[in-house]
Structure formats: C-alpha cells, structure tokens
Design a protein around this ligand. Structure first.
Ligand code: NDP
Length: 279
C-alpha cells in the first residue's frame, strides 16, 4: 500500500517557515503586500481569494483586496494593474482567474509587471524558467517539487511522465522536473498509447482535468503518483484525476485528493510573495 504524501502537513510546515522569514524581514524594515484582484463574484473564486488573504495574514504580510464588479471593462482593469505596478508598497499582484469572458486573460497576464507576477504566469517568468534563469515559478508545479523533495523522492535520473500540457500546470511542471534532472515525457490528448507511456513512469504527474481517468493499469508497480486534478461531485465530495483506490495498491507514494497538491498551491504563492519582498 502506498505511503501518503501529506500536502496539508507539508504546506503547513512551509507556511511556518515563511512566517519566520517574514518576521526577520520586518526586523530589517521590509514589509510585504499582495494585491489580490477579483472581477465578478464567482463563488469558487471567492473561496480561493479568501484562502489567499488568510494565508497572507498567517505569514504576516498585508493583502490589499480589489473586488471589482462583473461589468468592469478590460481598460478599467488594466488601469488598476498599471497603478499597482507603479505602487512601491505593493510587491505582488494577483488577478484571480478566470476573468469574465469580455476580458482577455492573456492581455491581463501580460500587463502585470514580471517583478510582481507572484503567480508566475507572465511570459517573461515562463521564459526564465525555460532557460534556467531566476523568476517566479507557477505555484502548483513549484508545490509539487516541494512535495517530492520533502517526501524524499529522488528525482534525478528518474523517468517522469507529465499527463497534461496546460500553461499553468503541465508545461511548467515538465520544465521543473527537467531542471531537477528527471527524464521527462509530456503527454496530452493526442498522445498515442498513453497507458503504455504512463507505465514507464517512475514519477507520474497527472493534470488532465478528467475525474479518475488514470486507473491502476496506467501505473507501474512502485511508481510515485501525483494527482493534480480536483473534481467536486453533487455531494461536495472531492476526487482527483487518478482513481485513488486502484492507484494506492500499485504506487509506492501517492498524493490524496483532497490534502495532496491542493494545499501546496497557496503555500508556494506565499513563498513567491516572500521572494518578491526580498528582491
Ligand atoms: P487544462 O484543461 O488546461 O489542461 C488539461 C490537459 O490535459 C491538456 O493539456 C489536455 O491535452 C490534457 N488532456 C485532456 N484529456 C486528455 C486525455 N484523454 N489524455 C491525455 N491528456 C489529456 O487543465 P489544467 O492543467 O488547468 O488543470 C488540470 C486539473 O488540475 C484540473 O482538474 C484542475 O482543476 C486541476 N488543478 C488543480 C490545482 C491545484 O491547486 N490542485 C491547480 C490547477 C489545476 P490537450 O492540450 O491536447 O488538450
């Protein structure tokens, strides 16, 4: 039976470490402020935004909240981002995604100063990751690297298969695993023989957004399985992209849903905020 990789516990450890770091920075007169912008009132986004504000409070940085109405124009949003880019008291800027359909997500991401882009979505930060330069890294993949390292999973030289190639999870995940010297395969909806490819993985990272798609027969005996997916059913029960009961009998280590990757995303966002303070 697989050992559980406890994301809740590891994220709590990281937040404690960050809290201590922030206290030290404060002694040197360095304060941190994260600006969080939400357009519209999508309930799921409101939950995420509140969790982020709470995490800021916990580690000891300020959060400035901008709750804008659904009908906010792209120009109005860009003007606010420009003001925050130029506000020296703000170190980090985050626009909660998705934005309403009349606003172009790419334009918004590109408008945030790369130096304040704590989500790590700006093309300049993605480019830095690609060529191994310093920059903000997308929080969910960065969190997965922490989960692996803090669970003593050896990465260098291992076969890693990443299922999914989205800009926020799959692609940066593959780049980070490459940086850690894994041999990386990226798969997607057009991959031929996906099951066969997955069965080669020592470390299988799944981010496809399809509930319990990865069954036991996709998993090599003893593999480490990381499940990024989040799906909520009508009874509010959460499940991942991996069929957990089948996976846990084959894997050596596995992340549960909930309590695996999910809690790490906010911890790494806080890590990026602290990094922004020190730059
Ligand atoms: P996207 O929908 O943006 O990307 C899904 C990827 O999976 C695409 O690259 C797609 O391929 C690929 N895919 C879809 N179907 C298949 C298939 N049958 N076989 C192989 N590949 C397939 O999703 P995200 O990356 O944004 O998110 C993935 C999951 O992770 C979601 O459940 C999401 O809710 C969750 N998530 C969780 C986070 C957390 O904090 N825990 C953070 C972010 C996301 P193609 O490119 O060819 O279309």
């Amino acid at each position: 039976m697989a050992q559980i990789i406890d994301g809740k516990k590891i994220s709590a450890e990281i937040k404690e470490e960050l809290k201590a770091k922030v206290a030290q920075l404060k002694e040197q007169g360095i304060e941190g402020t994260l600006a969080v912008i939400q357009v519209g009132n999508d309930p799921a986004s409101s939950v995420y935004v509140n969790n982020k504000k709470r995490a800021c409070e916990f580690i000891g940085i300020h959060s400035k909240s901008f709750e804008l109405p659904e009908e906010t124009t792209q120009e109005e949003l860009l003007k606010l981002i420009d003001e925050l880019n130029n506000d020296k008291s703000v170190n980090g800027i985050l626009v909660q995604l998705p934005v309403p359909a009349h606003i172009d997500e790419k334009t918004i991401i590109n408008a945030i100063s790369p130096k304040k882009d704590v989500d790590g979505f700006h093309p300049e930060n993605v480019g830095s990751l690609t060529i191994g330069q310093e920059g903000f890294v997308s929080c969910t993949p960065a969190g997965i690297i922490e989960l692996l390292k803090r669970s003593d999973v050896e990465i260098a030289g291992k076969n890693c298969v990443v299922v999914g190639r989205s800009n926020i999870v799959g692609k940066p995940m593959a780049l980070l695993m490459l940086r850690e010297n894994a041999t990386v395969t990226i798969t997607h909806s057009r991959t031929a023989n996906l099951k066969e490819v997955c069965c080669n993985a020592d470390i299988l990272i799944v981010a496809i957004g399809k509930k319990e798609f990865i069954t036991g027969d996709y998993i090599k005996e003893g593999a480490v399985v990381i499940d990024v997916g989040i799906h909520r059913d009508e009874n509010n029960k959460l499940a991942g992209d991996v069929k957990y009961d089948e996976a846990e009998v084959k894997a050596s280590k596995i992340t549960p849903v909930p309590g695996g990757v999910g809690p790490m995303t906010i911890a790494m966002l806080m890590n990026n905020c602290v990094e922004a303070m020190t730059r």
